[in-house]
Design a binder for this molecule. Sequence first.
Ligand SMILES: *Cc1c(COP(=O)(O)O)cnc(C)c1O
Length: 238
Amino acid sequence: MMRGPAAAASGAGASFPGLAERLSLVESEIQEAAREAGRHAEDITTIVVTKFQPPGMVRALAQLGITNMGESRHQEALGKVAQLSDLGITWHFVGQVQGKKARQIASYARVIHSVDRVSVLDAIGSTERSTSVFLQLNLTDDPARGGVQFEDLPALAEYALSTPGIDVRGVMAVAPLGGDARGAFAQVAQASKRLQSVAPEATEISAGMSGDFREAILEGATHLRIGTAITGNRPSAG
Ligand SMILES: *Cc1c(COP(=O)(O)O)cnc(C)c1O
């Protein structure tokens, strides 16, 4: 079934064939996993990660009812946020935060999922508005992956709690590539408990991507960051 330029021009949805279908498939898989976990799907927030995707796709997703979007590169996010300010989107920043960009990121991102350093907390806390943060846990031994080690989480949490303008929401993690996702997310659930011993209100868990959101839901994730399962393949990085 070919779609010609006329169909593509007729509306944002039509420009992205299969988008609505992929979204509803993922939504039904979320419902199913929630049922399996004995949880309510309404307690789970899906953030659609639109990195590398054109602003038009964000618009199409907004028309399909998505209000939470995620970006991972500051420069790209900045451009989209400016073009799409009419949509009432809540922007989430999910990528590694460069210290010198942190303040700027906090100017448009309501939630920053990838906080792993005191200097980033200082920068975010220095803006006028309050920013919600997740503290990122590194589930590998590789410091380049971003995130703090399990044992360093309480100290970072205490610093975050003492920083004005920071609302600590919970813990975030990416499951190691090719590993046991369920086991990794069980560790994240442990880390969440550890965090709550210091910050009782920081109960949320940002975990689960296209390939492992079911496992994340089974281990208590409250915020899923889903890209390609909904958007389709990303255009090449260029
Ligand atoms: C890109 C990205 C995602 C989404 O990944 P998909 O596999 O496309 O679902 C989630 N979290 C982070 C931190 C990302 O960078």
